[in-house]
Design a protein around this ligand. Structure first.
Ligand code: HEM
Length: 267
């Protein structure tokens, strides 16, 4: 389904990427429909339960179709973006073993200093900086499509209403006037002493901006921290000398070759 969102041929011709996406969507819609009646009677404590209880401005419940559409969108928005970030972080930490070790030390100290609680995750400061830098270098969504609703003056350009345009996040993140040596993996650029990303509003936008800013960014950061913290405590990993990850950029950044690594357990 995610791949179908950027399919070159958006026609329902059997066995094309688009067709597979449509089939996948049907499977999900049928599955959600099959559990919806029961969940409406007994709402669960998850997002599906919340959507069953939600009311619009007139006090009406969301239709089955609305709930199914929201769930399918959430799956698309939440899963692959988070997986993409973890994959790129895994790669950068293999390419920069000194950072991998620094984060492992931080995770060990964190694990030994008390029980895991959400409020304590801020203590994983270097991991936080490494996640930010990974989201800059390998932003999962490289561009955001938009359409003008009114005439827009931008620099020397005048765009009439209804013009399709793309915001290329990837381009913002490699802007040399904002980020020093933008090609380098340098998590400390986000540290309080430097805060390069604050030089200009919207210079750093892995989660978008404005009205449609990602609603799941905090949840995504929490998940990435939790997963990486556990991996750092249990494993050490390397890539082959000289290996460079080659990306498939759309619809969501991922390694073309599945990112081969050598993973070893830590005693
Ligand atoms: C690292 C992980 C993630 C990245 C990089 C990311 C990125 C983005 C971006 C760039 C947008 C803006 C799209 C636009 O302006 O058209 C967005 C919107 C959105 N994201 Fe995320 N996202 C992530 C994780 C999540 C998670 C975990 C959830 C849900 C639990 C989520 C839910 C949403 C939703 C519902 C929107 C639409 C908001 C709206 O249109 O008002 N995202 N995300």
């Amino acid at each position: 389904m995610v791949k179908a969102s950027t399919a070159l041929l958006p026609f329902k011709i059997p066995f094309t990427t688009y067709w597979h996406g449509i089939q996948g969507r049907k499977v999900l819609a049928q599955y959600f429909q099959s559990i919806l009646t029961e969940r409406r009677q007994k709402p669960s404590s998850d997002i599906l339960g919340e959507l069953c209880l939600a009311r619009n401005e007139d006090g009406a419940q969301l239709s089955d179709e609305d709930i199914i559409n929201h769930l399918i969108f959430l799956l698309m928005a939440a899963h692959d973006t988070t997986a993409s970030t973890l994959t790129s972080l895994f790669y950068e930490l293999a390419a920069h073993p000194e950072w991998q070790e620094k984060l492992r030390e931080e995770s060990r100290a964190f694990a030994q200093s008390g029980e895991m609680r959400f409020e304590r995750l801020v203590e994983l400061k270097y991991l936080d900086l490494a996640i930010k830098e990974t989201l800059r270098l390998h932003t999962p969504l490289i561009m955001i499509p938009r359409k003008t609703t009114q005439t827009l003056e931008f620099g020397a350009y005048t765009l009439p209403p209804d013009t399709a345009l793309s915001i290329l996040i990837h381009h913002h993140h490699y802007e040399g006037q904002i980020f020093e040596q933008p090609e380098q993996f340098d998590p400390l650029r986000f540290d309080e002493a430097r805060t390069e990303h604050k030089k200009c509003p919207h210079a750093y936008v892995p989660f978008g901006g404005g009205k449609h800013h990602c609603i799941g960014y905090s949840f995504a950061e929490m998940q990435i921290k939790l997963v990486m913290h556990q991996i750092l405590l249990r494993y050490q990993w390397n890539i082959a000398p000289g290996y460079q990850m080659v990306y498939r950029h759309i619809p969501i950044q991922e390694p073309k070759d599945g990112l081969p690594v050598l993973l070893s357990s830590i005693g």
